[in-house]
Design a protein around this ligand. Structure first.
Ligand SMILES: [Zn+2]
Length: 398
């Protein structure tokens, strides 16, 4: 299936040069910038950066260390195509176009697989999951989900079991981006604890009470005018765009509060963001507040602020069409949807919502029980070598 997609994809652009080309795979280096990357490869910076619109320029700033990217070259080692993933849904596509090169943002072709993990625990759940899957990310999402409600240190007994239902994206045959935990059960001294991802994108326990995670306050009392999206097709511009934050439409001068306690690590102008505040929180979280009219007196870099404390005022500085707050949440540098964590109070589902949740919970429970009874063995995903780009190109050449 994956091979088919890649083949189709390359064929679209390079049907005539396909047979004489090869793919090289690289890792984005720490501190590497898009402009330096272009210069290093001798690619035209005007065409591929300075001539782009501001949105596309901003997208190029989203490249982060450790991300794998591919370069397709012909037999003369000339670059035909480059794919740079920006997030788990959007990528930059640079391709040869006549004498020059062209730039576009396009969706990432990925497949999502639902995976199951059953394991017994000898010491910690983190270690048990890591040993089975070899994935820190899979272990990480499990631990994070229960972090605020359970204490793994004291209450686990040797031989306790856990089941994890999660989904993982694959791109070019490799696990890609963070897995999403759909439901999980962990036994602690024979008492079972559950967590479920509901249709509202929040986690609940077996009693339909929301499980507290990292909670943010709403940064401003206002209507949301634009939602977070990793990719969206702009109907007028006919281009793929991303909006890596949430916009709140509010009157100029409306106070903005810190969505969580933390340290101000930036409070100054920054390009299209205009007046920008960045706050660093625990656990690798960072919030950003853009287009501010002004900062509150006493808010500067290095200052510690409390959740709910006023830090600045709504404005329209930078690239903005009217007064609004552009609010971003990042975890270890990656933009995530703030509405997943922004809320005023934790929720207890009632009525219709509760009924729908219980239905969903029953379905998950059936699956969890099945895997508990079967002690379902963990299936390692196929190795990269078995279905990569290069292998496929060899296939064609041979
Ligand atoms: Zn915005």
């Amino acid at each position: 299936m994956i091979r088919f997609f890649i083949l189709l994809f390359i064929t679209l652009f390079f049907s005539n040069t396909l047979l004489a080309s090869h793919v090289e795979r690289f890792r984005w280096q720490n501190g590497e910038t898009y402009l330096v990357f272009l210069e290093k490869l001798n690619l035209p910076v005007r065409q591929l950066y300075y001539n782009l619109d501001k949105d596309d320029q901003r997208l190029t700033e989203e490249m982060r260390a450790g991300v794998h990217y591919q370069i397709l070259k012909d037999t003369n080692n000339d670059i035909l195509q480059i794919l740079l993933p920006l997030n788990d849904e959007l990528q930059v596509h640079i391709y040869k176009n006549g004498d020059g090169y062209a730039f576009e943002a396009i969706p990432i072709i990925s497949t999502t697989r639902n995976e199951v993990l059953y394991t017994q625990i000898n010491s910690s759940p983190n270690y048990a999951i890591l040993k089975k899957t070899g994935s820190r990310k899979v272990a990480g999402v499990f631990v994070a989900a229960f972090k605020h409600s359970l204490n793994f240190k004291n209450d686990i007994r040797k031989g306790d079991e856990l089941v994890m239902l999660y989904s993982q994206k694959y791109r070019l045959g490799q696990p890609f981006s963070m897995p999403t935990l759909d439901a999980a059960m962990i036994e602690m001294g024979s008492k079972k604890h559950y967590i479920y991802l509901n249709d509202d994108d929040r986690y609940y326990d077996e009693k339909a009470h929301e499980v507290e995670g990292f909670l943010l306050a709403r940064p401003v009392r206002a209507r949301i005018s634009s939602y977070f999206t990793k990719r969206r097709f702009h109907p007028v511009l006919h281009k793929w765009k991303a909006h890596l934050g949430v916009d709140y439409a509010a009157r100029r001068g409306t106070p903005i509060v810190a969505a969580g306690s933390g340290k101000v690590i930036y409070a100054a102008r920054m390009g299209s963001y205009g007046n920008l505040i960045k706050i660093r929180h625990n656990d690798g979280y960072e919030t950003r507040y853009a287009h501010l009219k002004s900062f509150r007196r006493g808010i500067y870099r290095g200052k510690y602020v409390k959740k709910g404390q006023t830090i600045g005022y709504v404005g329209s500085t930078g690239r903005s069409t009217g007064p609004h707050l552009h609010f971003e949440l990042r975890k270890r540098g990656v933009a995530i949807n703030p509405l997943r964590v922004v809320q005023v109070t934790t929720k207890k589902l009632k009525g219709k919502e509760k009924k729908a949740f219980l239905q969903l919970k029953n379905n998950f429970d059936e699956r969890i029980d099945l895997h508990l009874n079967n002690k379902t063995p963990y299936k390692k995903p196929p190795r990269f070598e078995d279905m990569c780009y290069i292998y496929m190109m060899d296939d064609i050449n041979g």
